[in-house]
Design a binder for this molecule. Structure first.
Ligand SMILES: Nc1ncnc2c1ncn2[C@@H]1O[C@H](COP(=O)(O)OP(=O)(O)O)[C@@H](O)[C@H]1O
Ligand SMILES: NC(=O)OP(=O)(O)O
Length: 315
């Protein structure tokens, strides 16, 4: 039996509620497969496209319908509810199909960040849809948002992405997990909060869910962190004619490729760094990066990139 934290990428969750539900149904089959094999899992997920869409919709309503303005942390909490609901339902349906009985619960999760984190002065986390350069410049001018190019895929609004310090609801997550419940937690990296004199307050930012998931995996002393995204594997020379799949990666090899600039900031780089941090902080830990569609094949070693301390398979 292994303890596994599985993180689903926000960009990998499709472009509409219908697409998202279809995609998570497929992944739920693989996740329940892990449960059937006797593993204990916690599920987390990203929210970049979703929190951007919610924020855009709420801003539009405020401008056109005179509804109250809706702060960004509240949009983050809404994204946790929306994505958690789809995951919860898909996992419950999959359990039902297999005549299994287990409680599935999504936990609204707050994650503490440092109010002096330099990330607040340098927004890097892409949210919402992709725009052309011209449209991005127009919206920047009209609304004062910041846009950046996202890994060759177009321009997206970026917001601050401070590092996660601690998971506020960790004890509840841990208790549910240890008691064999299926928990969805740390969605969207957690709603970022700062603590002043012990009191929590939401801040407008999006924490990288790969980094929060790695923190959660370490806190739960998990054996494996699985990051499910849009690509089956991690590559070097990604997107070029000579791109090459990385199947097994040691911490040192990963660092060398980071130094060469092989992983794009804001997309693959945080995943690799999160995996390295998690693997390095314990013994016999591994981290797997693959697509939402191919978890079964990746667990069988056919696709995916497995990161371990030495690059050797963990048995
Ligand atoms: N070296 C690389 N290998 C594979 N994918 C890469 C690499 N560098 C950048 N990427 C990009 O990273 C993306 C995955 O990151 P992202 O979209 O932020 O993930 P998610 O939202 O699913 O967590 C891929 O779709 C790909 O475009
Ligand atoms: N919060 C977060 O990291 O979202 P994505 O997975 O969509 O980037």
């Amino acid at each position: 039996m292994s303890k596994i934290v599985v993180a689903l990428g926000g960009n990998a969750l499709g472009k509409s509620p219908e697409e998202q539900l279809e995609l998570v149904k497929h992944t739920a089959t693989s996740l329940i497969g892990l449960v059937v094999e006797g593993h204990k899992i916690v599920v987390s997920h990203g929210n970049g496209p979703q929190v951007g869409a919610i924020n855009l919709g709420m801003n539009f309503a405020a401008e056109h319908d005179q509804t109250a303005a809706f702060p960004f942390p509240e949009c983050g909490a809404m994204s946790q509810g929306y994505i958690g609901y789809h995951l919860q339902q898909s996992l419950q349906n999959e359990l039902h199909q297999r005549w299994m009985n287990k409680d599935v619960v999504s936990l609204v999760t707050q994650v503490e960040v440092d109010p002096t984190d330099p990330a607040f002065q340098n927004p890097t986390k892409p949210v919402g849809s992709f725009y052309s350069k011209e449209d991005a410049q127009r919206i920047e001018h009209e609304k004062g948002y910041v846009f950046k190019e996202d890994a060759g895929r177009g321009y997206r609004q970026v917001v601050p992405s401070p590092l996660p310090k601690s998971i506020i609801e960790l004890n509840s997550i841990s208790e549910l997990f240890e008691n064999d419940n299926l928990v969805i937690a740390g969605g969207g990296g957690g709603v970022p909060v700062v603590k002043t004199d012990g009191c929590l307050k939401g801040v407008p930012a999006v924490i990288d869910k790969d980094r929060s998931s790695a923190l959660l995996a370490s806190d739960l002393d998990a054996d494996q962190l699985i990051i499910l995204t849009t690509v089956d594997d991690v590559y070097i020379n990604y997107g070029q004619t000579d791109q090459k799949v990385l199947r097994d990666l040691s911490i040192q090899e990963a660092q060398n490729y980071i130094d060469e600039g092989q992983f794009a900031a804001g997309s693959m780089l945080p995943k690799i760094e999160a995996c390295m941090g998690f693997v390095n902080a314990g013994d016999n830990r591994s981290a797997l990066i693959t697509s939402l569609d191919h978890l079964d094949e990746a667990l069988a070693g056919k696709v995916g990139t497995l990161i371990t301390k030495t690059g050797a398979l963990v048995k």
